[in-house]
Design a protein around this ligand. Structure first.
Ligand code: SF4
Ligand code: SF4
Length: 221
């Protein structure tokens, strides 16, 4: 299970920028358990978005957004509404956002932050990876995680060392930032790269003190 917290609504609104038509998606798996996904969180976010003057084109609840086959099957009947939307906003973990971004040809934005619980990778681990950084930036990178797809975990573009599209640290791997660039270009969102990302606040990875008490109670006794 991946643990998530809702992003502050102001932050979600800011990340939406000028996007008016939003397709809203929620995970009914881990995120539902954390109360950051599921029907209730979906309904709350839909209401907040409407109050803020955004149009919710449609909504969808999927049992496990980390499972691409399930996502593709469930979203097939919503593709028209998704295509008519400016972006997709997803109440889910970093793996869920990455999985949805592989299935739809739209910018997928995270409405949740993924908090570290020690390296678990969702219920259907595939090639997507999340470091549970606690401050998800997948909206800025087109649904590809810069922390796990770039060997140096760079947040503000490539290091410049890539050779023929391969990473200078590991020539077996594609340069993560080249993939991010290509994805944003395809989505016509290259403007995203003009935004500056602040240095990571590593304390955001940690669960809150209350949650730590619950999760690690036995270990801390
Ligand atoms: S930016 Fe990457 S590491 Fe951070 S929460 Fe999102 S997917 Fe996970
Ligand atoms: S070559 Fe690309 S993936 Fe490798 S460290 Fe540099 S920016 Fe990151």
């Amino acid at each position: 299970m991946l643990f998530t917290e809702n992003k502050p609504f102001d932050e979600v609104l800011e990340s939406l920028g000028n996007d008016k038509n939003i397709f809203l998606l929620a995970c009914n798996g881990c995120a539902e358990t954390c109360e950051t996904g599921g029907e209730k969180a979906l309904s709350t976010l839909r209401t907040e978005l409407k109050k803020a003057g955004r149009k919710v084109t449609d909504t969808c609840l999927v049992d496990f957004l980390c499972n691409k086959i399930l996502v593709a099957t469930r979203l097939a009947r919503h593709m028209e509404q998704i295509q008519q939307s400016d972006s997709v906003l997803a109440l889910t973990c970093g793996i869920g956002v990455q999985a949805v971004a592989k299935v739809v040809n739209k910018l997928v934005r995270p409405a949740d932050n993924t908090i570290s619980l020690g390296g678990l990778q969702g219920l259907w681990p595939s090639e997507e990876r999340c470091e549970a950084c606690g401050d998800c930036v997948l909206d800025y990178t087109g649904g590809l995680c810069p922390l796990t797809s770039c060997a140096k975990g760079l947040l503000n573009g490539p290091c410049g060392g890539a050779q023929d599209g391969k990473c200078e640290v590991d020539s077996e791997k594609d340069c993560g930032w080249l993939k991010i660039y290509e994805r944003l270009e395809k989505l016509e969102r290259l403007d995203n790269l003009k935004k500056f990302q602040k240095a990571r606040d590593h304390s955001k990875m940690m669960p809150s003190a209350d949650l730590r008490k619950t999760l690690f109670y036995d270990l801390e006794r």
